[in-house]
Write a protein that binds this ligand. Structure first.
Ligand SMILES: Cc1cc2nc3c(=O)[nH]c(=O)nc-3n(C[C@H](O)[C@H](O)[C@H](O)COP(=O)(O)OP(=O)(O)OC[C@H]3O[C@@H](n4cnc5c(N)ncnc54)[C@H](O)[C@@H]3O)c2cc1C
Length: 409
């Protein structure tokens, strides 16, 4: 047995978001002395922002369907999701903030609907576990002898280290992708960070942008590259945001990259087929205005009518079947995606082949990674936080095992 076999082991986590705090929690429960370094003045700023409009913690999808939400990353990420699955995340959240609940869309929310009570209780618990949180500590890389280096000139050693530095969306909340050059400098392949779950820009008429910005398009369907998603969208001054648009991030990004612009086919009445819609439109007396016909015959809201007008522009729709067709496939020309600093999440990150099955960087033994800095992408719906918590848990467990084995404990 090596002489230091029973000395307490130390773990360092960089980044106090959900992934990093979960890694710290896991190591601390295994007896590690854990210190979390965070560049901002407080922990979990993006997590708190996520709770502003209702913290969507995870989803009640069956696990097979759940995994499919991660598309190309599902084969490797799915393993970590199964190790700490949605039911366990819910049970964990319930211990901190009362009983979570499933909303009508299958999304899971904490009882308070917010992130702050959960984060407060969790930070208190981490303190009780002995986890030390050091804020305003900006990690910049490694010294020549392998210590972790910080912007204030300090250097720290630990038995094991977990990086949980997040993506690059909403940089004012702390995560700005500043780690990319550090890891790339070590020869680690990073898939470029790009906006995901972001709104799109389009050329609205003055009427749509000035009168209808902020108004929802309820129960619509949107199709890009043959993939159709149903849900809700939100009109912004410069384009369209919301669930259906976010869910099509991947397709939109691909089309915009190749062609510079793309078309979203909006179905403004997805619950009715063309024949039924045409029959409803035909019931409206001929002397009614087009706006009245769209409102009474198709049940469109004023904002939906305005969007429809922007899509069809000057076309005439004499037969009701043609009018119905244009409501069910209004071609919206999209000119771009909102910038990364307004996106909900980031796609891209540390390439999957750079980490082993324990989430350790193959080129930097003893350095584990988790959360949004890994190369996966998912729609909103709780899939983002679930992946951060699950990989945080796995990174913490594997880092602890690695350090114990190395120290001969
Ligand atoms: C407006 C908004 C709403 C959202 N809503 C939801 C939702 O309802 N459901 C959902 O699933 N997801 C949601 N998300 C996404 C979710 O919040 C993120 O996916 C998640 O926070 C990422 O966790 P993380 O721990 O990987 O990174 P982060 O939460 O970004 O944490 C990384 C931490 O690392 C710190 N850091 C970065 N670089 C350094 C450095 N060099 N040195 C020291 N510290 C550093 C940062 O300051 C930050 O605190 C939302 C995001 C936004 C912006």
């Amino acid at each position: 047995m090596p002489p230091d076999a029973m000395r307490p082991l130390s773990g360092v986590v960089i980044g106090a978001g959900p992934a990093g705090l979960m890694a710290a929690d896991t190591m601390a429960r295994q007896g590690f002395h854990v210190t979390v370094f965070e560049r901002m003045p407080s922990a979990g700023r993006k997590f708190l922002m996520a709770g502003r409009g209702g913290l969507n913690l995870t989803h009640s999808d069956p696990i097979g369907l759940f995994e499919q939400r991660y598309a190309d990353a599902a084969p490797w990420l799915g393993r970590f999701i199964r190790q700490f699955p949605p039911e366990e995340l819910r049970a964990w959240a319930d211990r901190h903030d009362g009983e979570s609940f499933v909303g009508s869309s299958g999304r899971v929310f904490p009882k308070s609907f917010k992130a702050s009570p959960l984060l407060r209780a969790w930070l208190r618990e981490l303190g009780d576990l002995g986890v030390v949180l050091k804020t305003r500590m900006h990690w910049t890389g490694w010294t020549n002898d392998g210590s972790l280096e910080f912007a204030d000139g300090s250097a720290i050693d630990a038995d094991v280290c977990v990086l949980a530095l997040g993506g690059a969306s909403w940089p004012r909340l702390g995560a700005g992708g500043n780690w990319v050059s550090v890891l790339a400098g070590k020869g680690i392949e990073i898939t470029p960070l790009v906006a995901s779950n972001a709104g799109v820009t389009c050329d609205w008429s003055d009427v749509t942008s000035s009168r209808h910005a902020g108004a929802p398009l309820k129960r619509v369907a949107a199709t890009v590259s043959g993939r159709c998603v149903r849900g809700e969208a939100l009109i912004s001054k410069t384009g369209l945001e919301g669930g259906v648009i976010y869910a099509l991030s991947r397709e939109l990004r691909r089309e915009l990259q190749t062609a510079g612009s793309c078309t979203v086919l909006l179905d403004l009445r997805p619950d009715l087929d063309v024949e039924r819609l045409a029959a409803n439109l035909a019931k409206v007396p001929r002397k009614q205005s087009l706006a009245n016909k769209l409102r009474k015959g198709a049940g469109l809201s004023p904002q939906a009518i305005s969007v429809w007008r922007d899509c069809v522009q000057h076309h005439q729709f004499e037969p009701d079947a043609a009018l119905a067709g244009s409501i069910k496939a209004a071609a919206l020309r999209v000119t771009g995606m909102q910038p990364i600093d307004r996106a909900i999440s980031t796609a891209g990150g540390i390439a999957a082949h750079e980490v082993d099955e324990t989430l350790m960087l193959r080129q930097l033994p003893g350095v584990f990674v988790c959360g949004e800095m890994l190369d996966w992408d998912a729609p909103t719906g709780g899939y983002l936080l679930q992946a951060c918590f699950s990989t945080g848990r796995a990174a913490g467990e594997n880092a602890a095992r690695f350090a114990r084995e190395l120290a001969g404990h």
